[in-house]
Design a protein around this ligand. Structure first.
Ligand code: AHR
Length: 508
């Protein structure tokens, strides 16, 4: 151990990258997100007519600007638990004629003021695509095929002509669709057994693709690894729908309710195991069916979620059926940003199987972006690793060989001190995303990029705060924010400060 600049102990780690050791091309959709009709995600989140920045449709420009900065290529919509009781037909046509409905998922009233057409318009403004979920809870095959016809068929039929009449001459051309949401969960309207779900998913998938064979479909995996049916669910439902679906969904949220930061930061060991387990089950069904097609994974809900649990219990004591209530409003601190960075690293290292990822969610509801009605919009701590990864993490995911100290935490063994992913860009640049999990010691990372020839460090940014619980607020939005640090000199290791998320870009 040596002593270094900041006067604290410096540890060592090593990273080897080789341009021929590629995990996979990264599907840009891994940097997706999620907007549900829940709490203030839509109403007073992305949409607030009368807000000083609202456009003609009522969408907040300040929020859209932050979404564009986050660089989100696809947004899952409209739920979530909400979708299992949702009639898509309620959300189209003249707004004044749209019904107000009870949303039993979140015990609120859905006004349907924002619907399919409006969301497609917002997506254009936010420079993103739509991933649309159909209701396989209280609805079924017929509603699923009709909404594909409404959205994607060019015209000359009942549903496509209705879209034209409702103001959209061109099809929305939505390419990615979810076959329901968390259908294994008893909290879901119309929840199902794995066999029941597999059957309805298969029949819905079949006819949706008959309407438009260019679409891709995500079948519901388990809502969490903690479900007693996890594993069996994936195997049974996939046995029923394998040939008609393209992806299986995974949902995973972590929390630090016992304030054990080391254990919390090790949670990605679980995420990695989860991803590999579901991929194995997909392959087991592939083998059983003698199939050629491989099913890939859609991690279409992931994040930290626990801060708002107590507050939500209070809110839920309220009179039900309000609108735009502050539900699931987690205020994220610095350690949450580190975990989000570690989750992104885990996604990139599984880029051969994880093709879609949705940080859940995008605005106000367990979100990187917060708003105040009538007031400002600001970036929470978790915004930054997501922005960095989406901006610089396009290209091929390289296989990183990392040698670093390992330690045990309450729930995990052999947790590496340094975790990293590396991306080879089309321009020949290499971007390293690295987290130093050690809370006290800086790490000198010795990088061996043997086959790349001469690459020069272009920049190194660090996200760090001495207080693991530091947060960003509307009044102080820049408390936790990446800063640029001097790049390492030739032949010298890269310093990863204690408890930090790092982006190191090397160019020719
Ligand atoms: O993202 C919040 C909720 O978490 C979603 O509605 C549901 O799918 C999951 O349980």
């Amino acid at each position: 151990m040596t002593f270094f600049g900041r006067g604290i102990a410096m540890k060592n780690a090593r990273l080897i990258l080789d341009k021929d050791y590629v995990i996979s091309e990264i599907d840009k959709r891994v940097y997706g997100s999620f907007i549900e009709h829940l709490g203030r995600a839509v109403y007073t989140g992305i949409y607030e007519p009368g807000h000083p920045t609202a456009d003609q449709l009522g969408f907040r420009e300040d929020v859209a600007a932050l979404v564009r900065k986050l660089n989100v290529p696809i947004v899952r919509y409209p739920g979530g638990n909400f979708v299992s009781g949702f009639n898509w037909e309620d959300s189209v046509g003249p707004v004044k004629d749209r019904p107000r409905r009870l949303d039993l998922a979140w015990k609120t009233t859905e006004t349907n003021e924002v619907g399919l057409h409006e969301f497609v318009e917002w997506a254009k403004k936010a420079n993103t695509d739509v991933m649309y979920a159909v209701n396989l809870g209280t609805r079924g095959v017929d509603a699923a095929r009709n909404v594909v016809e409404y959205a994607n068929h060019k015209g000359g039929t009942y549903w496509s002509d209705l879209r034209v009449k409702n103001g959209a001459k061109d099809p929305f051309d939505i390419k990615l669709w979810c076959l329901g949401n968390e259908m294994d969960g008893p909290w879901q309207m119309g929840s199902k057994t794995a066999y029941e779900y597999g059957r309805i998913a298969n029949e819905a998938a079949k006819v949706m693709k008959w309407v438009d064979d260019s679409i891709e479909l995500v079948a519901c995996g388990s809502s969490s690894t903690t479900m007693p049916t996890f594993g069996e669910w994936e195997y049974t439902m996939l046995t029923e729908c394998y040939s008609n679906v393209d992806y299986v969904s995974l949902h995973r949220y972590y929390g630090n309710p016992h304030n054990d930061t080391r254990d919390f930061l090790a949670s990605t060991m679980d995420l990695d195991d989860f991803i590999k387990t579901v991929a194995s089950i997909c392959d087991a069904v592939k083998g059983k069916k003698h199939a050629k097609k491989r099913i890939n994974l859609s991690l279409d809900e992931w994040n930290v979620w626990y801060h708002s649990n107590e507050q939500d219990k209070e809110i839920n004591k309220r009179e039900p059926w309000g609108t735009a209530l502050p539900l699931l409003e987690d205020i994220y601190n610095f350690e949450d940003a580190l975990l989000v960075g570690l989750m992104l690293i885990t996604i990139l290292r599984n880029a051969d199987r994880v093709k879609i990822g949705c940080l859940a969610q995008l605005v106000n509801v367990i979100a990187p972006i917060m708003t105040r009605p009538g007031g400002g919009a600001w970036a929470q701590t978790i915004f930054y690793p997501m922005m960095d990864a989406s901006t610089f993490g396009r290209g091929k995911s390289l296989l990183p060989q990392i040698t670093s100290e390992k330690s045990d935490t309450k729930h995990y063994s052999d947790v590496p001190m340094v975790d990293a992913a590396a991306v080879l860009g089309e321009d020949g640049s290499v971007t390293i995303f690295a987290v130093n999990r050690d809370l006290e010691n800086d790490v000198a990372l010795d990088c061996d990029l043997r086959s790349f020839g001469t690459l020069k460090p272009a920049f190194h940014t660090v996200l760090h705060h001495d207080d693991m619980k530091a947060v960003n607020t509307e009044a102080n939005p820049d408390v936790v924010k990446p800063v640029q640090v001097p790049v390492a000199k030739e032949g010298e290791p890269i310093v990863l400060p204690a408890a930090s998320w790092n982006v190191i870009r090397l160019t020719k």
